[in-house]
Ligand binder design. Structure first.
Ligand SMILES: [Zn+2]
Length: 449
């Protein structure tokens, strides 16, 4: 769309555009962007691929031709939804408003609802910035995209995994889009499908949209690597296989994007790293024991004053009355007690002021970080410490080196090549905004490529 419209610009406008570029108003030529997120991809699995026995020719080529980060410092918490919201806005969770994967649901009435809805963003996204400039954007399965501003939107949504989820996704996508693509490509992937095979279906749909719509901005999200790393652990043979298969899918998207416009800048990112995990910790039990959560005989929460909001390797603690000094003191004392008990595997506890300083969720009055090897267990009736449900986890405080995420980017006009070193996750959206020639004035990061 952008390229077509430029063809019709009168000469005077073209001259003006050239002058603006020469005056340093932006890059000489704005370029389309393909932004692909490989959930949970650890940077070293590509940077040290040979040593680790992982074959990722597509990602290695992007790395060799373009630029990459040795490790992207993430956000609090290092979870999929808050991190993807940062990747698309350039601000921390405390500012963009996506605080967790799951909605805070203290009495358990929301049927495990995630933060699906783009209306929860408190700041502009790259989709909004593209739209404001009249640029066409495509989205395939990026988190927090229901009702998002992408012109051609296949949002991420699921509920139960029942076949009705197909109707839900079709209804929430851009009107007519799922039907028209399915007529050509067959059934679209279910939202709940986190397999590499599901990602392969999404790849075909994304490639078709790139070919048909010539978008300036395309966002694509793949769940397969994260899914396998949770089940089998980071570095497992299964995880390596998922990374290799996903590399080939990225290759298909790169081909489609380059064919649509050879100047396309391709950025492959991830949202967080991974740690092996062995122990589930029951953080609910001490709150129940202290009377801060009340449950009935069936285990259903009937009332609460303070409750953990689980985030994998960490947990926020939300207070029903955050400004009630007596309640704050009571919860602080409880957290001091369980932190001193090694069974809980607690590495650190920070309070509201420190959470704000680190750009963490506004809803939480405290945040608990667990030690490596521990994750928050979801069963309120479970033991204080028991065998973990997963083999790999993330969500730990972003200071942990294991939580670093990935950036590999290539394009003909990249300002910098090679190793960019460690960067801040908030730098990625403003970098892409600069490539696109759009504005993200609220971004906290700064362009780094
Ligand atoms: Zn993730």
């Amino acid at each position: 769309m952008k390229r077509q419209s430029r063809a019709f610009l009168p000469h005077a406008l073209l001259a003006l555009a050239a002058f603006a570029a020469a005056a340093g108003a932006g890059p000489a030529e704005a370029a389309p962007v393909l932004l692909v997120s490989l959930d949970g991809l650890r940077p070293a699995d590509v940077i040290e691929a040979d040593a680790r026995g992982i074959k990722v020719p597509v990602l290695r080529r992007i790395m060799a031709e373009g630029a990459y980060s040795s490790g992207v410092r993430g956000v609090l918490p290092t979870l999929t939804y808050p991190s993807h919201a940062t990747l698309i806005t350039g601000v921390a969770p405390g500012k963009h408003g996506i605080s967790n994967n799951l909605t805070f649901d203290p009495t358990g009435i929301n049927q495990i609802g995630w933060d699906w809805y783009a209306s929860d963003f408190r700041v502009a996204t790259l989709w909004d910035a593209a739209k404001a400039k009249g640029l066409v954007s495509v989205n395939v399965h990026w988190p927090v995209s229901v009702g998002g501003a992408a012109d051609f939107n296949l949002p991420q949504i699921w509920r139960t995994g029942h076949d009705d989820d197909r109707k839900l996704l079709t209804a929430l996508a851009t009107p007519g889009l799922v039907k028209s693509l399915e007529a050509k490509l067959g059934p679209y992937a279910m939202g709940i499908d986190e397999s590499v095979e599901g990602d392969a279906v999404r790849t075909r749909f994304a490639a078709e949209l790139i070919t048909e719509k010539h978008p300036a901005l395309t966002t694509v999200y793949f769940a397969g690597i994260d899914h396998i790393e949770h089940l089998h652990g980071p570095g497992s043979p299964e995880a390596k296989q998922a990374i290799e298969a996903t590399d080939a899918l990225v290759g298909q998207l790169v081909d489609a994007a380059r064919k649509a416009d050879r100047t396309t800048v391709i950025a492959v990112v991830s949202d967080h790293g991974f740690q092996p995990v062995e122990t589930d910790v029951n953080l609910f039990a001490p709150f129940v024991q202290a009377g801060l959560i009340r449950i009935d005989a069936a285990g259903k929460v009937t009332g609460w004053d303070a409750e953990p909001w689980l985030a994998g390797g960490s947990a926020g603690v939300v207070l029903a009355r955050p400004d009630d000094a007596a309640l704050v003191a009571k919860v602080r004392a409880l957290l001091d007690t369980i932190k001193a008990d090694p069974a809980y595997g607690i590495a650190s506890v920070i309070d509201r002021a420190e959470i704000a300083r680190r750009g963490g969720p506004r809803e939480a009055s405290f945040f608990i970080d667990l030690k490596p090897g521990y994750e928050t267990g979801r069963n309120p009736a479970g033991p204080i410490a028991g065998p973990s449900g997963y083999k790999g986890m993330h969500g730990y405080f972003p200071e942990a080196a294991t939580m670093r995420s990935s950036l590999f980017v290539t394009g003909p006009d990249l300002a910098r090549h090679g190793d960019l070193g460690e960067i801040d996750m908030r730098d990625i959206a403003p970098s892409l905004a600069r490539v696109l020639g759009v504005s993200l004035p609220e971004a906290e990061g700064k362009p780094v490529f």
